[in-house]
Design a protein around this ligand. Structure first.
Ligand code: MG
Length: 210
């Protein structure tokens, strides 16, 4: 890939395992809901999951932990987000990769997670990034082509000078590709030799060299 200046990363499922989010959405929130309503955990979890489904991941509220704490009448989410920090795990190749790329490329983050989450999710790796973009917090939108266009403007680069990598086909591949960013699909459960996707970020450097 010639002329690449910026390497942009999705966060959840790409740099960070889903454990932190899972602990919040499917453990901590149902637990609080159960305590507040005097019902057992499994029942609470079923109710909460049903509420999540009613909104769905194409709406901004889906990603907004403040919205959910209000909707479910659970108070303030800050202690829960802090309490789950020990569930932030990076994929094993991440630290070495970021260290290796740093200095050769501008590294940035393009996440659909709200900034409240990102401060925890990026706790150990944030110094690697020149810029962290949260589509929902900064631009009140999902990771749309428009979001990526704004990102390029802020970074002062043309879309063709950016590689973005992430694990969601719609948000990390289709949307950036639409404006000319070179997008790489991370499919950690995919076939190792599929030329259209990566199974690990360890393959990213080779793609950049190709
Ligand atoms: Mg992701």
């Amino acid at each position: 890939m010639d002329g690449i200046k910026v390497v942009s990363f999705d966060v959840e499922g790409t740099l960070v395992t889903p454990d932190y989010s899972y602990a919040i959405w499917f453990e901590a929130i149902p637990r609080r809901y159960a305590e507040k309503n005097g019902i057992d955990f499994e029942r609470a979890r079923a109710i909460v999951e049903e509420e999540y489904k009613k909104v769905g991941d194409q709406r901004l509220e889906w990603y907004d932990v403040w919205y959910w704490f209000k909707r479910l009448e659970l108070g303030v989410p800050i202690p829960v987000m802090e309490g789950c920090r020990d569930k932030v795990y990076y994929y094993p190749e991440v630290e070495d990769l970021l260290t290796s790329l740093n200095g050769r490329y501008i590294l940035s983050v393009a996440s659909g997670s709200p900034r409240d989450f990102l401060v925890h999710l990026l706790k150990d790796i944030e110094p690697h990034f020149a810029k962290v973009f949260s589509s929902v917090s900064d631009y009140k939108q999902l990771k749309t082509p428009g979001f990526y266009r704004e990102m390029c403007q802020v970074l002062g680069v043309h879309p063709e000078q950016v590689v973005h990598v992430g694990d969601n086909w719609q948000f990390d591949v289709q949307a950036p590709t639409e404006i000319g960013i070179r997008a790489l699909y991370l499919d950690r459960k995919g076939q190792p030799n599929n030329e259209h996707s990566l199974v690990s970020l360890a393959q990213l450097e080779q793609h950049l060299l190709d």
